[in-house]
Design a protein around this ligand. Structure first.
Ligand code: CA
Length: 222
């Protein structure tokens, strides 16, 4: 899952980036509103983490532009403690949730998971497909109730595919979800992760759609 962080405070930005990367998110960080709009136009993000007081263009303006353009990605605003009016304006401009600084990184990660869940139309925190159960919070994966050990990247590929069962994701789309700016991507990295997942979850769980990409069918493997 790829997150764009827009935050001009160097310390907060660095700690959020580190914390969310440890949670397995791919994270890009920009420090002003104009750079945020450029990033949003160029990349495909699963969630936007938006400070409101920003140089060059305010977070509220970025948010209004985004919603005006029809973008539906979840937006979580992060604001100063005394800025209640800003938080209300943010929610009314199309934000989905907010956190007040200083915030706890575990709470931030939990709120992000909740927003992604809601955005995917799920109420249940566990994702279940056929005989597989996936916990996005703990990264635990159970196959027929037996734990399966996946690498962090394998888990990220699996999560991207099961978040919307039946959707076909190309290699480029999977790469986008796994890697932030400046992270090196091996030329056949995605194939390697898919191969690893098939070995651990069964060969039929992830299907190839020739010339398009990969998919996990809604009902799981036949
Ligand atoms: Ca700020």
């Amino acid at each position: 899952m790829r997150v764009l962080l827009v935050e001009d405070d160097a310390m907060i930005g660095a700690s959020v980036r580190q914390g969310l990367r440890q949670e397995g998110f791919a994270l890009d960080w920009v420090k002003d509103g104009v750079a945020a709009e450029t990033a949003l136009a160029c990349e495909s993000y699963d969630l936007l983490l938006l400070d409101l007081g920003l140089p060059r263009k305010s977070g509220l303006e970025v948010l209004r532009g985004l919603r005006r353009d029809g973008a539906s990605l979840p937006v979580l605003i992060i604001t100063a403690r005394d800025a209640i009016a800003d938080r209300i304006a943010g929610l009314d401009a199309g934000a989905d949730d907010y956190l007040v600084k200083p915030f706890d990184l575990d709470e931030l990660a939990a709120r992000i998971r909740a927003l992604l869940r809601r955005h995917a139309g799920r109420g249940e925190p566990l994702i279940r497909i056929a005989n597989l159960s996936i916990n996005p919070a703990t990264h635990a994966v159970l196959l027929d109730d037996e734990p399966v050990a996946l690498s962090a990247r394998e888990f990220a590929v699996l999560l991207a595919l099961v978040e919307r069962p039946g959707a076909v994701l190309s290699r480029a789309q999977l790469e986008e979800k796994l890697y932030g700016w400046g992270e090196e991507i091996g030329s056949n990295a995605i194939e390697v992760y898919i191969h690893g997942l098939r070995k651990k979850l069964g060969a039929g769980f992830i299907r190839n759609v020739r010339g398009v990409g990969y998919t996990v069918p809604k009902s799981g493997a036949a």
